[in-house]
Write a protein that binds this ligand. Structure first.
Ligand code: NAD
Length: 256
């Protein structure tokens, strides 16, 4: 019998979500907290992160914050070590979701911004996956990794060459890691949000936003709340035979 209460139960799981001070990461961390997980949120916005964590702790959730710069490898080492201390050495779910967007025409794209986007959107993802595997592979229960892709894992986008390259790479990285880990009790999948109403898209012109809305069959932009169901599925035993999938959460944008 498929007991959904048991299969989707994530209570007691130890999790890391990067970028948790706002936006989609915050929504995904909240889904885990609301369902009984212990979650370490990591973000570069120290004060905002602290406020978010205090708010959750005030609600009785087991939330912890580790602030730092995920574009910096030494800082990643420090942040991960601190998170593992807070989680008593256990890690069941990793969501390396922090990401940034930079817009310039390709011929004008500053190379230092290229490096920054790749460092955050791709390199921090691999480095944390590697560190997480070091823990998860030693746990009899294994673990779950949920990467965050994008519509530009398929499309080209406009004026976002670094972002598109990074999200295409995250998609392929997810598949590569999934193949190597599927037989070892680790599920690695990705969620590909469509157009989501967060600060990342705040700098789009109203004209471009309206054009985009018309292209979304669901008739609206997505929200952090829309990420919650897919995250709980991928974080739970309900997805134990799902590996290397890239799941759009996009109101049918991709298939139109
Ligand atoms: N909003 C969308 O339409 C959309 C669509 C597809 C994918 N995504 C992806 O979802 C993820 C979350 O995006 P969002 O829309 O919530 O964006 P957001 O800008 O609202 O949030 C990103 C978070 O990452 C943090 N961050 C950025 N650089 C960091 C660094 N160097 N170190 C630590 N933290 C850092 C920010 O402080 C922020 O809290 C990203 O990977 C993004 O690419 C977003």
């Amino acid at each position: 019998m498929f007991d959904y209460k048991e299969k989707f139960n994530v209570s007691g799981k130890c999790c890391i979500v990067t970028g948790g001070a706002q936006g989609l990461s915050r929504g995904m961390a909240e889904a885990l907290l609301e369902n009984g997980c212990k979650v370490v949120l990591m973000d570069v916005q120290k004060e905002k992160l602290q406020q978010v964590v205090e708010e959750y702790r005030g609600m009785g959730y087991e939330a912890f914050g580790v602030s730092g710069n995920l574009a910096d490898r030494e800082d990643i080492d420090r942040m991960f070590a601190k998170a593992m201390e807070l989680l008593d050495g256990r890690l069941d779910v990793l969501i390396p979701a922090a990401g940034i967007q930079r817009r310039h025409l390709p011929e004008e794209f500053p190379i230092e911004e290229w490096d920054l986007v790749l460092n955050i959107n791709l390199n921090h993802v691999f480095i944390l996956c590697q560190k997480a595997l070091g823990i998860m592979l030693k746990q009899p229960e294994g673990g779950k990794i949920i990467n965050i892709a994008s519509m530009v894992s398929w499309f080209g986008g406009t004026t976002v060459p670094a972002y598109t390259a990074s999200k295409g790479a995250v998609t392929q990285l997810t598949k590569s890691l999934a193949v190597d880990c599927a037989g070892r009790n680790i599920n690695i999948n990705a969620l590909a949000p469509g157009y989501m109403d967060t600060e990342m898209c705040a700098n789009m012109t109203q004209e471009r936003k309206d054009e985009t809305t018309l292209r979304i069959p669901a008739g609206r932009w997505g929200t952090p709340e829309d990420m919650k169901g897919p995250v709980l599925f991928l974080a739970s035993a309900a997805s134990d035979y799902l590996n290397g999938a890239v799941i759009p959460v996009d109101g049918a944008y991709l298939v139109k």
